[in-house]
Design a binder for this molecule. Structure first.
Ligand code: SF4
Ligand code: FES
Length: 576
């Protein structure tokens, strides 16, 4: 493999790579603003300039100054075998200081009130490459703040005109809402008159912006970023499997941002994924276990509610009817596995089904001129559930000898309900909004309407254990309600629409009283067997799945990506 020496480090590179790309791949630090792996190269910010020596084949491959010894943009200069590059030489460092001074001339230096402070390249490079003082005494040019669209605000006087945002709307979304207008020090980012920045990927420009010029409205002044911890996770509301970072502090989520994965979501997420987690913080989340007593739902001790659930499910099966388990496609594979095991322990012939899979419109491709299977395309998925395939895969493995066809779709499950052969059901939801269809409510929700008789003796509608996160019409018909945990509040694995299995870590704890569905499954199982409760561990469940079922062997090697290492400041912190 050809090699290049950058700041004294020998780096291998692939022919065609730029010097900066080789440096980034090898972990050699070179300052960069306008360069981004996903965008075209414009070499406009000039901070990555380096001194380059290249072997001259006409002079016995002796090293000679490249392009007459001028400083060259490393982001735009192809790496060549044997090159020697310095971005730490006196000449290159002098350029970095001049670029920083130029970029900061009209900058308001308002870091204390800027949301980007703490993760801003202008701040970082000021510290590393800038001057300690400003020599500029004239009046700064003031630029306006602008509302660019539903998600983004522009603080124009912080902009360094790297044009990443403009290139994003042209090259990635194909919507081209942003432009640079004006001349000289009046240059500014803007939208075309009457056309807001309102595409489905709009908020990615805030992540792309290396400084605090483009900010997310939703995160504005919400939290200083140095208080946030970042947990690796996966999109939990659509089938895309987009990789995300969950930023949280003291048990509360503040934002989701894309986690780079070139083979799944590249560098981006949709605004739908970015903001779709808000239901997890709804005030009316189900927070208490409930069981029915004398016709009324009462708050219950969790263990007692689990016992009542198992007792009711058993009675139905002993009465000659079947137990039906409906596993929501919003749940993880581990949830499906533990709930499935519990159902089969109570009724070995239990009916297993996958819950309704919501869809909205058709898949949307960005930019629109590409096909969905083009490696450069980003696809927004119409299927609004993260794990329909994973839940089915796990239930089919558990159904085993009965054959894959024995795992029902939601419509087939409804047909079973209509037929009256189900004496008890365990229903799981965990959708961001109301999910129970009228027909489902009609078949399972009328039981406690007026009779007030013994709730453990089915008469008509089946005995229902509801495991869900939000209140809905099903609660009225439930015999036992067990609050579940949203995906940010537990660990697990999703199988996306392209059948990629991806594990995610727990970012925050569930609300008090709620539990991961896998934990509820384990507790139901322990109550059914009369054994001690076991604490759920996603990794342990995955290895058990892989050991016990050939069809689930792929879960064995799956691990959660490493969390972001917390950076330690190199300055002394004094406790006051
Ligand atoms: S707003 Fe941000 S991303 Fe856009 S040109 Fe300015 S600095 Fe670059
Ligand atoms: S990163 Fe090379 S010129 Fe901007």
């Amino acid at each position: 493999m050809p090699t290049i020496t950058i700041n004294g480090r020998r780096c291998e590179f692939t022919p065609g790579q730029m010097i900066l790309q080789a440096a980034n791949a090898a972990g050699v630090q070179v300052p960069q603003y306008c360069y981004h792996d996903a965008l075209s190269i414009v070499a406009s910010c000039r901070i990555c300039l380096g001194e380059i020596w290249a072997p001259n084949p006409r002079n016995n491959n002796a090293l000679e100054p490249y392009m007459g010894g001028k400083l060259m943009p490393t982001c735009q200069t192809p790496a060549a075998d044997g090159m020697v590059v310095h971005t730490d030489s006196p000449k290159a460092v002098q350029n970095q200081k001049q670029v920083m001074e130029y970029l900061l001339i009209n900058h308001p230096l308002d870091c204390p009130v800027c949301d980007k402070a703490g993760e801003c390249l202008l701040q970082d490079y000021s510290y590393e490459y800038g001057r300690g003082v400003s020599r500029f005494e004239e009046t700064k040019v003031k630029q306006p703040k602008k509302d660019l669209g539903p998600t983004i605000l522009l603080y124009a006087d912080r902009c360094i005109l790297c044009s990443r945002c403009v290139r994003f709307t042209r090259e990635v979304t194909g919507t081209a809402e942003l432009l640079i207008q004006g001349r000289g020090n009046r240059n500014e980012i803007d939208v075309f008159p009457g056309k807001a920045l309102a595409n489905e990927l709009s908020a990615n420009v805030a992540d792309l912006c290396p400084v605090g010029a483009l900010l997310e409205k939703d995160f504005l002044f919400a939290q200083r970023v140095w208080f946030l911890k970042e947990t690796p996770s996966v999109d939990g509301i659509t089938s895309s499997g987009d990789n995300i970072w969950v930023s949280h502090n003291e048990g509360r989520v503040y934002r989701l941002r894309p986690r780079e994965n070139p083979s799944v979501n590249k560098w981006w997420i949709t605004d739908e994924v970015r903001y779709g987690w808000k239901f997890t913080q709804r005030e009316d989340r189900l927070r208490h276990a409930q069981r029915r007593q004398f016709g009324n739902l009462i708050e219950s001790d969790y263990r007692r509610a689990v016992e009542v659930a198992v007792e009711g499910l058993r009675q139905a099966v002993e009465g000659g009817k079947r137990l039906g388990l409906l596993v929501s496609p919003m749940l993880s594979c581990e949830d499906a596995y533990e709930l499935g095991r519990a159902a089969l322990a109570i009724d070995a012939a239990a009916v297993l089904a996958v819950g309704p899979v919501p869809t909205l419109g058709a898949d949307k491709v960005f930019p629109p001129n590409l096909k969905a299977d083009d490696p450069k395309a980003f696809v927004m998925r119409a299927e609004k559930a993260p794990n329909a395939r994973g839940v089915r895969r796990v239930l089919e493995a558990l159904a085993g000898a009965r054959g894959a066809k024995s795992v029902l779709s939601f419509d087939q499950f409804l047909a079973y309900l209509r037929g009256g052969s189900l004496g008890a059901v365990v229903l799981t939801g965990n959708y961001p909004s109301e999910w129970a269809t009228e027909e489902l409510v009609k078949h399972v929700g009328a039981r406690h309407g007026s009779s007030g008789s013994n709730p453990l003796l089915p008469h008509g509608a089946p005995f229902m254990v509801l495991i869900d996160t939000l209140p809905g019409p099903l609660v009225d018909g439930a015999s036992v309600v067990l609050p579940g945990a949203a995906w940010l509040e537990k660990a697990g694995t999703f199988q996306n629409c392209r059948d990629v299995l991806q594990a995610f870590a727990q970012a925050v704890p569930p609300p008090e009283g709620a539990r991961a569905e896998a934990q509820i499954g384990l507790d139901l199982l322990a109550a059914a067997h009369g054994t001690a409760q076991v604490e759920f561990s996603a990794a342990a469940t995955r290895s058990e799945m892989a050991r016990g079922h050939v069809a689930l062997a792929a879960f064995g090697p799956i691990t959660v990506p490493a969390s972001r290492a917390e950076s330690t400041p190199d300055m002394q912190v004094v406790e006051l």
